[in-house]
Structure formats: C-alpha cells, structure tokens
Design a protein around this ligand. Structure first.
Ligand SMILES: [Ca+2]
Ligand SMILES: [Ca+2]
Length: 200
C-alpha cells in the first residue's frame, strides 16, 4: 500500500507538472518592422551577407516560430533601405505547399496553393492557384521584414513550416525578368506553446 501511495503521489506530481507545462504563454510581437520584440527568440537561419543581387535586399538572420494562432517571421537585412519588389514566402502545411506573397505598401498579401497546378509557367505568367487575400495576417517592412500569418488564412493546418523566403526582383512575373534577388530555406520551424496576447 505504501508503494502504491508513493506511485500515486508521483503520478499526481507528474500530472500537476504537465498541467503547469501545458498552460500556454503569450506571444507579444507587434508587426511594425522593428526587431526589439524578438529578443530571446531563436534564430533559425543565418544567411550569408553579400549573396544577393546588387541593389536589392540581402537576407541575413531569420527568426520564425508557430504558436497556436499564427506563424511569425522576422528576416533581417544587410541594408534595409535597399529595394524589393515583392516577398514570396513558401510554406509546407499538412502535406501541401502554399505561397504567401506580399508587396511592401500593400495592406494585404495573397495566398496560393502551389501544388501541381502551380508549376506551369505560361505566357501570362505563373499560375499560383490563388486562393484568397490574407484577411487575418499582417506584414511590415522596416529595419526588418516582420510577418504574422494567421492560421485562419491557411485553413487552420495541423502542421506548418516555413520553407522558403524570396526577395523578388525585376518585372513581374516571367523568368528571367522576374527572379529572386536573395533566397533562404529555413531547415525547420519551432512550435511554441503560446497564444497571441489578448487584443491582438
Ligand atoms: Ca516588431
Ligand atoms: Ca543573404
């Protein structure tokens, strides 16, 4: 009986610890292009400086994580004053490949499924399988590119990872006039036990 009592106490302690561990923290990041609210977050990729097309943004450190509400991304640049025509952000979610594109200055981006239908490049340009505008997401370009992609804009996937960020250059939308000035492929996206702070 004594052993059972000890075992029960141990289980109770574990359950209590689990209950404490499962209580989500709060994500307090403001999408304003400023990096100060990312202090303590993990860099997921360090891209070399000097590997971008001259005159365009050159991606350096990239941060990203997924909480229960959204995918957050921060990309830093060698010189944030340089040019970019559009950011293309590729995502892997629930076995599908998605593209979120945003042009600086635009209030919203676009979401496309870039599965097999996307691959073709026609005289009219790429066929991105456009799904919708990013009604819930936010983008900002300041000292860095800062993005919050709301899971509702992605049909609330079970799994989600950032797979590519492209700084697009040239004239949309046929290669070679339209091409990436810099490109990064993050190796994975941490999932954190957090929710967005109330009011976001
Ligand atoms: Ca910020
Ligand atoms: Ca770079």
């Amino acid at each position: 009986m004594k052993i059972r009592g000890v075992a029960c106490a141990a289980v109770c302690l574990i359950l209590t610890a689990c209950a404490i561990a499962e209580k989500p923290g709060e994500t307090r990041i403001i999408i304003d292009g400023q990096v100060d609210d990312w202090a303590g977050r993990d860099v997921i990729l360090e891209d070399p400086m000097g590997d971008a097309e001259a005159g365009y943004l050159d991606i350096g450190a990239v941060y990203a994580f997924v909480n229960r509400d959204a995918l957050y991304i921060l990309a830093e640049f060698d010189d944030p004053a340089l040019r970019v025509m559009q950011f293309d952000i590729e995502l892997a979610l629930d076995g599908e490949q998605y593209l979120v594109s945003w042009m600086p200055g635009e209030p919203v981006g676009g979401v496309g499924n870039i599965g097999e239908e996307y691959v073709s490049q026609t005289e009219e340009g790429f066929k991105p399988g456009f799904i919708r505008d990013t009604g819930w997401s936010s983008f900002a370009l300041g000292d860095a590119l800062e993005v919050r992609i709301d899971l509702r804009d992605l049909d609330s996937p079970e799994t989600l990872a950032l797979t590519e960020i492209r700084v697009m250059a040239g004239e949309c939308c046929l290669f070679p006039e339209w091409h990436e000035a810099d490109l990064v492929n993050p190796p994975g996206t941490p999932v954190v036990n957090e929710v967005d702070a109330p009011g976001d």
